[in-house]
Ligand binder design. Structure first.
Ligand SMILES: [Zn+2]
Length: 286
């Protein structure tokens, strides 16, 4: 019997698995792939609607529960907490918390990921792009550690205490084509949104993400079913605006429309060629 195809997504916060490439994850679950989510933090930073805190001692508890809900909707095989604290945006006080991901040495973060890769033996590994999508320090830290862990997992000289070695076939970063971000930035003021201060905590500068163009090497065409699953999973993340178009209905719809069509991935390994892939598992031995 051949081994079941396996995929790991390394994300920084509860909601990254859904708001970004959620439909792709759902698509591969539907295709029989075992899909795991490893979350660096429990999303403790920032604020949430006090109404939603009923029954929860901390924001981390609430958001982890939202992740559990989303994982169930997406059909994930499991979710794992990497053990760090949400760092908040750059320059915030939360950055300096001793447990913050931003404070953790990359060797340590990558070591925890290597252990998981060697245990779960994924064929494909996914994570944030090098710019962290919109520059969140936790996204960047998760990206850097995941890249290090991807290569280290297959190297017997690295982290020998958490062996045996395992080498996944492929590593991708979820990216958003710049033309889409440009369109967002142009449209936002029309809906009373400031692209320099976006998001629930008004701490996201979307214009900064346009500085770097991330090429894409795989385009995953999403099915209606996978997109609908993503929308339902997003509703689990109520504290982050999921399922409630509070960002301005039209803007929300534009984002949703974009996310319904296809997801874009930049391939880190194997080194990309001119060929545009349509499947993240393309080229793998059957
Ligand atoms: Zn995030």
């Amino acid at each position: 019997m051949t081994k079941q195809k396996t995929l790991i997504f390394f994300g920084a916060h509860p909601d990254d698995e859904t708001f970004g490439m959620g439909a792709t994850l759902a698509l591969y679950v539907l295709r029989g792939v075992k899909v795991y989510c490893v979350c660096s933090t429990r999303g403790e930073a920032g604020s949430v609607d006090p109404e939603l805190m009923k029954g929860y001692a901390t924001i981390g508890d609430l958001r982890w529960n939202e992740l559990k809900c989303a994982a169930q909707v997406l059909g994930l095989a499991d979710i794992t907490y990497l053990g760090y604290r949400d760092s908040g945006m750059r320059g915030s006080e939360q950055n300096k918390h001793p447990d913050a991901l931003a404070m953790a040495p990359i060797e340590e973060v990558a070591g925890r990921m290597v252990k998981i890769i060697r245990e779960l033996k994924p064929d494909v590994v996914l994570t944030h792009d090098a710019g962290g999508g919109y520059g969140h320090p936790d996204h960047i830290a998760t990206h850097n550690a995941a890249v290090k862990a991807f290569y280290a997992a297959g190297d017997p000289a690295q982290y020998p205490e958490v062996g045996p070695v395992f080498r996944p076939y492929k590593l991708y970063f979820g990216v958003r084509p710049r033309r889409f971000t440009r369109l967002m930035v142009k449209l936002m003021p029309l809906f009373g949104q400031d692209p320099h201060h976006f998001g629930r905590n008004r701490d996201v500068d979307i214009t900064k993400t346009m500085a770097v163009e991330h090429p894409f090497h795989a385009v995953i065409r999403l099915t209606k079913q996978a997109s609908e699953i993503r929308v339902r999973a997003a509703a689990c993340h109520a504290s982050q605006g999921g399922g409630q178009p509070r960002r301005g209905p039209w803007l929300f719809r534009i984002n949703e429309m974009f996310r319904r069509q296809q997801d874009y991935f930049m391939r880190e390994y194997p080194p990309p060629s001119q060929h545009l892939e349509k499947d993240l598992f393309e080229g793998l031995p059957e």
